[in-house]
Write a protein that binds this ligand. Structure first.
Ligand SMILES: Cc1cc2nc3c(=O)[nH]c(=O)nc-3n(C[C@H](O)[C@H](O)[C@H](O)COP(=O)(O)OP(=O)(O)OC[C@H]3O[C@@H](n4cnc5c(N)ncnc54)[C@H](O)[C@@H]3O)c2cc1C
Length: 278
Protein backbone atom coordinates (compact mmCIF):
# COMPACT_ATOMS: atom_id res chain seq x y z
CA UNK A 1 0.00 0.00 0.00
CA UNK A 2 1.28 3.51 -0.77
CA UNK A 3 2.11 5.78 2.13
CA UNK A 4 -0.41 8.50 2.84
CA UNK A 5 0.44 11.82 1.11
CA UNK A 6 2.59 14.15 3.19
CA UNK A 7 3.58 17.59 2.00
CA UNK A 8 6.85 18.48 3.75
CA UNK A 9 10.23 18.06 2.01
CA UNK A 10 11.80 14.66 2.68
CA UNK A 11 14.97 14.35 4.76
CA UNK A 12 17.84 12.12 3.69
CA UNK A 13 18.87 9.09 5.65
CA UNK A 14 21.51 6.40 5.47
CA UNK A 15 21.16 2.66 6.01
CA UNK A 16 23.43 2.05 8.99
CA UNK A 17 22.64 -1.61 9.61
CA UNK A 18 21.01 -4.45 7.76
CA UNK A 19 20.38 -7.96 9.05
CA UNK A 20 18.89 -10.48 6.64
CA UNK A 21 16.80 -13.05 8.53
CA UNK A 22 15.94 -14.82 5.26
CA UNK A 23 16.45 -13.79 1.61
CA UNK A 24 13.21 -11.78 1.77
CA UNK A 25 13.01 -10.57 5.37
CA UNK A 26 15.31 -8.00 6.93
CA UNK A 27 15.83 -5.69 9.87
CA UNK A 28 17.07 -2.33 8.59
CA UNK A 29 18.25 0.70 10.55
CA UNK A 30 18.13 4.19 9.09
CA UNK A 31 19.86 7.21 10.61
CA UNK A 32 19.41 10.85 9.60
CA UNK A 33 22.27 11.70 7.16
CA UNK A 34 23.04 15.00 8.91
CA UNK A 35 23.79 13.23 12.20
CA UNK A 36 20.80 14.78 13.97
CA UNK A 37 18.84 12.66 16.46
CA UNK A 38 15.74 10.81 15.38
CA UNK A 39 12.70 13.09 15.91
CA UNK A 40 10.16 12.33 18.63
CA UNK A 41 7.46 9.84 17.71
CA UNK A 42 5.00 7.55 19.44
CA UNK A 43 5.33 3.75 19.51
CA UNK A 44 3.13 2.36 16.73
CA UNK A 45 3.79 5.17 14.24
CA UNK A 46 5.26 4.56 10.79
CA UNK A 47 8.09 6.12 8.83
CA UNK A 48 7.62 7.02 5.19
CA UNK A 49 10.64 6.00 3.13
CA UNK A 50 11.30 7.39 -0.33
CA UNK A 51 13.46 6.18 -3.22
CA UNK A 52 14.13 7.33 -6.77
CA UNK A 53 13.51 4.15 -8.73
CA UNK A 54 15.40 3.16 -11.89
CA UNK A 55 13.79 4.57 -15.00
CA UNK A 56 11.56 6.99 -13.06
CA UNK A 57 13.81 10.08 -13.17
CA UNK A 58 13.57 12.39 -10.17
CA UNK A 59 10.20 11.05 -9.02
CA UNK A 60 10.32 9.82 -5.43
CA UNK A 61 8.32 6.67 -4.68
CA UNK A 62 7.14 6.46 -1.06
CA UNK A 63 6.12 3.56 1.17
CA UNK A 64 5.15 3.36 4.87
CA UNK A 65 7.06 1.16 7.34
CA UNK A 66 6.16 0.76 11.02
CA UNK A 67 8.97 1.76 13.33
CA UNK A 68 10.19 -1.17 15.43
CA UNK A 69 12.62 0.81 17.58
CA UNK A 70 11.26 2.65 20.63
CA UNK A 71 11.20 6.47 20.75
CA UNK A 72 13.97 6.32 23.38
CA UNK A 73 16.35 5.17 20.60
CA UNK A 74 17.53 8.47 19.13
CA UNK A 75 20.30 7.20 16.80
CA UNK A 76 18.24 5.29 14.28
CA UNK A 77 14.82 4.10 13.18
CA UNK A 78 14.66 0.32 13.06
CA UNK A 79 12.35 -1.26 10.47
CA UNK A 80 11.28 -4.85 9.88
CA UNK A 81 10.71 -5.29 6.17
CA UNK A 82 9.44 -8.08 3.92
CA UNK A 83 10.41 -8.10 0.25
CA UNK A 84 7.09 -8.31 -1.61
CA UNK A 85 7.72 -10.90 -4.32
CA UNK A 86 4.29 -12.38 -5.11
CA UNK A 87 2.64 -12.33 -7.57
CA UNK A 88 5.12 -9.82 -9.02
CA UNK A 89 8.18 -8.18 -7.41
CA UNK A 90 7.12 -5.15 -5.36
CA UNK A 91 8.37 -1.84 -6.78
CA UNK A 92 9.81 -0.37 -3.62
CA UNK A 93 11.00 -3.42 -1.72
CA UNK A 94 12.80 -4.84 -4.77
CA UNK A 95 14.88 -1.65 -4.86
CA UNK A 96 15.28 -1.57 -1.06
CA UNK A 97 16.52 -5.16 -0.87
CA UNK A 98 19.28 -4.28 -3.37
CA UNK A 99 20.59 -1.59 -1.02
CA UNK A 100 23.39 -2.00 1.48
CA UNK A 101 24.78 -0.28 4.55
CA UNK A 102 25.88 3.26 3.69
CA UNK A 103 23.29 3.75 0.92
CA UNK A 104 21.03 6.81 1.03
CA UNK A 105 17.27 7.16 0.84
CA UNK A 106 14.61 9.69 1.79
CA UNK A 107 12.39 9.69 4.86
CA UNK A 108 9.55 11.80 6.14
CA UNK A 109 8.74 12.38 9.75
CA UNK A 110 6.84 9.63 11.61
CA UNK A 111 3.06 9.66 11.48
CA UNK A 112 0.09 7.41 12.20
CA UNK A 113 -2.46 6.71 14.90
CA UNK A 114 -1.72 3.06 15.74
CA UNK A 115 -0.48 4.15 19.14
CA UNK A 116 -1.04 2.86 22.66
CA UNK A 117 -4.33 4.02 24.20
CA UNK A 118 -3.31 5.27 27.65
CA UNK A 119 -6.77 6.55 28.59
CA UNK A 120 -10.41 5.64 28.10
CA UNK A 121 -12.78 8.18 26.50
CA UNK A 122 -13.88 9.37 29.96
CA UNK A 123 -10.26 10.27 30.79
CA UNK A 124 -9.62 7.43 33.25
CA UNK A 125 -6.42 5.43 32.75
CA UNK A 126 -6.76 2.32 30.59
CA UNK A 127 -4.91 -0.30 32.59
CA UNK A 128 -6.30 -3.36 30.82
CA UNK A 129 -3.83 -6.02 29.67
CA UNK A 130 -2.38 -5.26 26.23
CA UNK A 131 -2.97 -8.18 23.89
CA UNK A 132 -0.79 -7.60 20.81
CA UNK A 133 -1.56 -9.81 17.81
CA UNK A 134 0.79 -9.70 14.81
CA UNK A 135 1.19 -11.57 11.55
CA UNK A 136 4.49 -11.33 9.67
CA UNK A 137 6.09 -7.88 9.75
CA UNK A 138 3.00 -6.65 11.62
CA UNK A 139 5.21 -7.40 14.61
CA UNK A 140 7.21 -4.18 14.07
CA UNK A 141 5.02 -1.68 15.97
CA UNK A 142 4.73 -4.08 18.89
CA UNK A 143 8.51 -4.26 19.29
CA UNK A 144 8.37 -0.49 19.73
CA UNK A 145 5.47 -0.80 22.22
CA UNK A 146 7.23 -3.47 24.30
CA UNK A 147 10.62 -1.71 24.40
CA UNK A 148 9.00 1.63 25.19
CA UNK A 149 6.77 0.28 27.98
CA UNK A 150 9.76 -1.54 29.45
CA UNK A 151 11.87 1.65 29.32
CA UNK A 152 9.01 3.60 30.95
CA UNK A 153 8.70 1.01 33.76
CA UNK A 154 5.04 0.34 32.86
CA UNK A 155 3.23 -2.21 34.99
CA UNK A 156 0.67 -3.06 32.28
CA UNK A 157 0.37 -6.74 31.54
CA UNK A 158 1.42 -7.52 27.94
CA UNK A 159 0.77 -10.61 25.82
CA UNK A 160 2.45 -10.66 22.40
CA UNK A 161 1.18 -13.19 19.85
CA UNK A 162 3.21 -13.52 16.63
CA UNK A 163 2.40 -15.69 13.66
CA UNK A 164 4.86 -16.38 10.85
CA UNK A 165 5.11 -18.92 8.06
CA UNK A 166 8.14 -20.66 9.48
CA UNK A 167 10.48 -20.46 12.47
CA UNK A 168 13.13 -18.42 10.61
CA UNK A 169 10.49 -15.76 9.97
CA UNK A 170 9.83 -15.32 13.70
CA UNK A 171 11.89 -12.15 13.80
CA UNK A 172 12.96 -10.73 17.18
CA UNK A 173 12.41 -14.16 18.74
CA UNK A 174 15.58 -14.11 20.85
CA UNK A 175 14.83 -10.64 22.18
CA UNK A 176 11.20 -11.49 22.96
CA UNK A 177 12.08 -14.80 24.60
CA UNK A 178 14.52 -12.96 26.84
CA UNK A 179 11.98 -10.30 27.80
CA UNK A 180 9.41 -13.04 28.46
CA UNK A 181 11.90 -14.94 30.59
CA UNK A 182 12.40 -11.81 32.69
CA UNK A 183 8.65 -11.93 33.30
CA UNK A 184 7.86 -8.64 31.55
CA UNK A 185 5.65 -10.10 28.80
CA UNK A 186 3.85 -13.26 27.77
CA UNK A 187 5.21 -14.23 24.31
CA UNK A 188 3.31 -16.70 22.13
CA UNK A 189 4.93 -17.35 18.73
CA UNK A 190 3.37 -19.74 16.23
CA UNK A 191 4.31 -21.02 12.77
CA UNK A 192 1.81 -21.92 10.06
CA UNK A 193 4.19 -24.13 8.04
CA UNK A 194 5.91 -26.38 10.58
CA UNK A 195 6.85 -28.85 7.82
CA UNK A 196 9.10 -26.39 5.95
CA UNK A 197 12.89 -26.86 6.29
CA UNK A 198 13.01 -23.33 7.75
CA UNK A 199 10.90 -24.63 10.66
CA UNK A 200 13.20 -27.54 11.42
CA UNK A 201 13.46 -28.14 15.16
CA UNK A 202 10.38 -26.04 15.93
CA UNK A 203 8.48 -27.53 18.87
CA UNK A 204 6.23 -24.58 19.70
CA UNK A 205 2.70 -23.65 18.63
CA UNK A 206 1.59 -24.33 15.08
CA UNK A 207 -1.15 -22.74 13.00
CA UNK A 208 -2.09 -19.18 12.26
CA UNK A 209 -1.83 -16.59 14.99
CA UNK A 210 -5.61 -16.33 15.40
CA UNK A 211 -5.71 -20.01 16.48
CA UNK A 212 -4.11 -18.91 19.79
CA UNK A 213 -7.36 -17.06 20.57
CA UNK A 214 -9.71 -19.96 19.85
CA UNK A 215 -10.87 -21.94 22.91
CA UNK A 216 -9.64 -25.49 22.92
CA UNK A 217 -10.63 -27.58 25.92
CA UNK A 218 -12.49 -24.61 27.44
CA UNK A 219 -9.65 -22.10 27.20
CA UNK A 220 -7.54 -20.53 24.46
CA UNK A 221 -3.72 -20.69 24.48
CA UNK A 222 -3.74 -16.97 25.28
CA UNK A 223 -6.02 -17.52 28.28
CA UNK A 224 -3.85 -20.39 29.49
CA UNK A 225 -0.78 -18.15 29.27
CA UNK A 226 -2.45 -15.15 30.93
CA UNK A 227 -4.16 -17.25 33.59
CA UNK A 228 -7.57 -15.64 33.07
CA UNK A 229 -10.47 -15.35 30.63
CA UNK A 230 -10.00 -12.73 27.94
CA UNK A 231 -12.83 -10.17 27.99
CA UNK A 232 -13.26 -6.50 27.04
CA UNK A 233 -13.20 -5.61 30.75
CA UNK A 234 -9.65 -6.89 31.20
CA UNK A 235 -8.01 -6.81 27.73
CA UNK A 236 -7.36 -4.23 25.02
CA UNK A 237 -6.38 -5.97 21.77
CA UNK A 238 -4.13 -4.47 19.08
CA UNK A 239 -3.90 -6.26 15.72
CA UNK A 240 -1.36 -5.52 13.00
CA UNK A 241 -0.63 -7.28 9.73
CA UNK A 242 -2.50 -8.89 6.88
CA UNK A 243 -6.19 -8.15 6.35
CA UNK A 244 -6.94 -11.88 6.69
CA UNK A 245 -5.45 -11.97 10.21
CA UNK A 246 -7.36 -8.86 11.22
CA UNK A 247 -10.69 -10.21 9.93
CA UNK A 248 -10.16 -13.58 11.65
CA UNK A 249 -9.15 -12.09 15.00
CA UNK A 250 -12.07 -9.64 14.97
CA UNK A 251 -14.53 -12.41 14.13
CA UNK A 252 -13.26 -14.49 17.08
CA UNK A 253 -13.41 -11.58 19.54
CA UNK A 254 -16.68 -9.92 18.48
CA UNK A 255 -18.91 -12.65 19.99
CA UNK A 256 -17.10 -12.07 23.30
CA UNK A 257 -18.28 -8.45 23.29
CA UNK A 258 -15.13 -6.80 21.88
CA UNK A 259 -15.70 -3.68 19.77
CA UNK A 260 -13.12 -2.29 17.34
CA UNK A 261 -11.99 1.30 16.82
CA UNK A 262 -13.57 1.11 13.36
CA UNK A 263 -16.97 0.61 14.95
CA UNK A 264 -16.79 2.36 18.36
CA UNK A 265 -19.52 2.29 21.02
CA UNK A 266 -21.68 5.42 21.44
CA UNK A 267 -19.48 6.60 24.33
CA UNK A 268 -16.39 6.36 22.09
CA UNK A 269 -14.99 3.28 23.81
CA UNK A 270 -13.46 0.31 22.00
CA UNK A 271 -11.38 -2.77 22.81
CA UNK A 272 -9.64 -3.60 19.51
CA UNK A 273 -7.30 -1.28 17.58
CA UNK A 274 -6.32 -2.20 14.03
CA UNK A 275 -3.47 -1.45 11.59
CA UNK A 276 -3.55 -3.00 8.09
CA UNK A 277 -0.52 -3.14 5.79
CA UNK A 278 -2.50 -3.39 2.58
C1 LIG B 1 0.91 2.04 7.88
C2 LIG B 1 1.71 0.99 7.14
C3 LIG B 1 2.79 0.38 7.75
C4 LIG B 1 3.51 -0.59 7.07
N1 LIG B 1 4.57 -1.19 7.71
C5 LIG B 1 5.25 -2.16 7.08
C6 LIG B 1 6.33 -2.84 7.77
O1 LIG B 1 6.64 -2.55 8.94
N2 LIG B 1 7.02 -3.79 7.09
C7 LIG B 1 6.68 -4.14 5.80
O2 LIG B 1 7.37 -5.02 5.23
N3 LIG B 1 5.66 -3.53 5.14
C8 LIG B 1 4.96 -2.55 5.74
N4 LIG B 1 3.95 -1.91 5.09
C9 LIG B 1 3.71 -2.23 3.65
C10 LIG B 1 4.61 -1.32 2.77
O3 LIG B 1 4.20 0.04 2.90
C11 LIG B 1 4.55 -1.68 1.27
O4 LIG B 1 3.21 -1.71 0.88
C12 LIG B 1 5.21 -3.02 0.95
O5 LIG B 1 6.57 -3.00 1.37
C13 LIG B 1 5.15 -3.35 -0.56
O6 LIG B 1 5.71 -2.31 -1.28
P1 LIG B 1 6.31 -2.56 -2.75
O7 LIG B 1 6.44 -1.24 -3.43
O8 LIG B 1 7.51 -3.43 -2.69
O9 LIG B 1 5.15 -3.38 -3.45
P2 LIG B 1 4.11 -2.82 -4.54
O10 LIG B 1 4.79 -2.62 -5.85
O11 LIG B 1 3.39 -1.66 -3.94
O12 LIG B 1 3.14 -4.07 -4.63
C14 LIG B 1 2.33 -4.45 -3.53
C15 LIG B 1 1.81 -5.86 -3.77
O13 LIG B 1 1.01 -5.90 -4.93
C16 LIG B 1 1.51 -6.85 -5.83
N5 LIG B 1 1.39 -6.32 -7.21
C17 LIG B 1 2.05 -5.25 -7.71
N6 LIG B 1 1.69 -5.06 -8.99
C18 LIG B 1 0.79 -6.02 -9.30
C19 LIG B 1 0.04 -6.35 -10.45
N7 LIG B 1 0.16 -5.66 -11.58
N8 LIG B 1 -0.81 -7.42 -10.39
C20 LIG B 1 -0.95 -8.15 -9.26
N9 LIG B 1 -0.28 -7.86 -8.13
C21 LIG B 1 0.58 -6.83 -8.15
C22 LIG B 1 2.96 -7.10 -5.48
O14 LIG B 1 3.40 -8.40 -5.83
C23 LIG B 1 2.93 -6.90 -3.98
O15 LIG B 1 2.57 -8.09 -3.33
C24 LIG B 1 3.18 -0.95 5.74
C25 LIG B 1 2.08 -0.33 5.13
C26 LIG B 1 1.35 0.62 5.81
C27 LIG B 1 0.18 1.27 5.11
Amino acid sequence: MSAPQQQQQPSTGRITYRQDLTPDLAIIRISPSDGSPVPDFKPGQFLTLGLKLDGEGDKITNRAYSIASPPEQKQYFELYVKWATEPVPGKFTTALFRMKEGDQLYWRKPAGAFTIEEKRPDGTPDDRALVLVASGTGLAPFISYVLHLKAAGSKRKIALLHGARNAKELGYRDLLEKIAKDGDIVYLPTVSRPGEPASQGWTGHTGRVESLLVPNGGKSELERALGHKVAPENSMVYICGYQGTIDSVVSILQPLGFVSNRNKRRDGSFDIKIETYG
